[in-house]
Design a protein around this ligand. Structure first.
Ligand code: RNT
Ligand code: ZN
Length: 423
């Protein structure tokens, strides 16, 4: 494909960029050191279109959909780990894995309310070897007991209890990950519950969901091992008119119970952005989980590109000094392109946006704002957009021993030929 730059060229470009940034009182070395420490949680479900390994025959349901039939998707946990290894090798830094309950490994069928740490022992062994922290999610979809469109908010006591048990079991599995890996697992509860058409009673399902969550979270777990998060949504396929777990619902719940709130970038009105919510929500909840995603019309799960909003999200985290309180996870699933490329492109973009944010003269910009010099604030913000951040990013990739520029694609295509094509 394209000609790749030599190490010397990358280094020269970086030296010049470093000087340019120094002229704005920005220390590129400091930015690189900070970026190296930021672990992003890669979502396992991009690797197999949210199928999981519980029942390969069962389709995806719950208002989410992966479209496309790009060949070579992972069919087993072994294949998924192999693909993840490939993706991690193309992404600079050391990152986490976000696992869903349906990615368990067992020779016999395991009901979801009976999942246990042993069903995930291969994941833990793999994570230990590769130094990945693991985050977790109960899977309240793609299941006969979710087919009516209701899980934790179901009016049926049996169904509701089943999902409560599943979520409790999930927290226990997650706590085990936290213990084994020495880093807390963030357990995120997302449920698809809602109505396709206009409901009569919007209150009762929400009352039930609140009660179910109370039951799920009743047992305290040491935050050294597990942190609980709840994720809202505006609408899904089949829940267009009403979603039980709306933003107001979970925002209230998270504040009242001091859980983490999960903000998915694709779960709001098309012109509504999560970047502007971060500083508000963090006044009231201890920590945030982000599902960095990209909404396009009805879909909330496109591969993350370097959009204004992605930059705004990372700017908010960096400018607000929230890196210790915000867990950055990804959430997209595109089955129409090479899945390893989807992970690689999306994660690298999240990191590029982080780097751009780390390369801002934040203190200086704050002074301009406080002194009312909005002219200079605007000038500086626009100047930053033309700064050679790409040269700093290339240097980071070089330092971290991953492909610079589009060289990662050569590796992905080689892997596609050697591995994916034979599936
Ligand atoms: C769905 C939510 C949820 C899922 C994953 C698979 O709209 O965004 O986070 O994407 O749990
Ligand atoms: Zn999400």
């Amino acid at each position: 494909m394209s000609q790749h730059p030599t190490d010397a060229a990358i280094h020269n470009a970086y030296t010049l960029a470093k000087e340019r940034y120094a002229g704005l009182n920005v220390d590129t070395e400091k930015a690189l050191a900070a970026l190296e420490k930021i672990a992003i949680s890669l979502h396992c479900w991009q690797g197999d279109d949210v199928g999981g390994f519980e029942d390969p025959e069962r389709g995806l349901s719950g208002g989410i959909m992966a479209t496309g039939n790009y060949p070579g998707k992972a069919r087993t946990a072994v294949e998924l780990r192999q693909d993840l290894d490939k993706a991690y090798s193309l992404i600079p830094g050391n990152h986490r894995l976000n696992l869903h309950a349906i990615y368990l490994e067992s020779d016999t069928a395991v009901p979801r309310n009976e999942i246990r740490p042993e069903h995930f022992s291969n994941w833990v062994e793999w994570a230990k070897v590769n130094k990945h922290g693991i985050d977790f999610n109960p899977s309240c979809f793609s299941h006969p007991l979710a087919d009516d469109g209701f899980t934790l908010a179901s009016a049926d006591d049996g169904i509701r209890s089943f999902w409560i048990e599943h979520c409790i079991a999930s927290r226990e599995v997650a706590a085990h990950f936290g213990k084994e890996l020495g880093t807390p697992a963030v357990t995120n509860i997302w449920i698809p519950d809602g109505y396709k058409d206009t409901p009569i009673d919007r209150a009762a399902p929400r009352r039930r969901l609140k009660e179910s969550l109370d039951a799920v979270l009743a047992m305290p777990i040491d935050p050294t091992y597990n942190l609980d998060a709840v994720e809202c949504k505006l609408f899904g396929i089949g829940s267009e008119s009403y979603v039980v777990g709306s933003h107001e619902f979970y925002m209230g719940y998270a504040i009242q119970n001091q859980t983490l709130l999960c903000l998915d970038a694709g779960h709001f009105h098309p012109t509504e952005v999560i970047s502007d919510k971060i500083s508000s929500v963090l006044l009231y909840v201890p920590q945030l989980l982000l599902h960095v995603s990209r909404g396009v019309r009805w879909d909330s799960d496109h591969v993350v590109t370097l959009t204004d909003e992605l930059q705004a999200i990372m700017q908010e985290i960096v400018r607000g000094d929230y890196l210790q309180r915000v867990h950055i996870g990804l959430d997209f699933f595109d089955a129409s392109i090479n899945r390893i490329a989807a992970w690689t492109i999306g994660t690298r973009n999240a990191q590029r946006a982080l780097l751009m944010a780390l390369l801002e003269p934040t203190a200086q910009m704050r002074v301009l704002e406080m002194s009312g010099d909005y002219t200079a604030r605007l000038a500086l913000l626009e100047e930053l957009k033309g700064m050679p951040f790409g040269a700093v990013w290339d240097q980071f990739c070089l330092q971290q021993g991953v492909p610079v520029g589009m060289a990662y694609l050569d590796e992905i295509y080689a892997y596609e030929k050697q591995v994916l094509a034979h599936r």
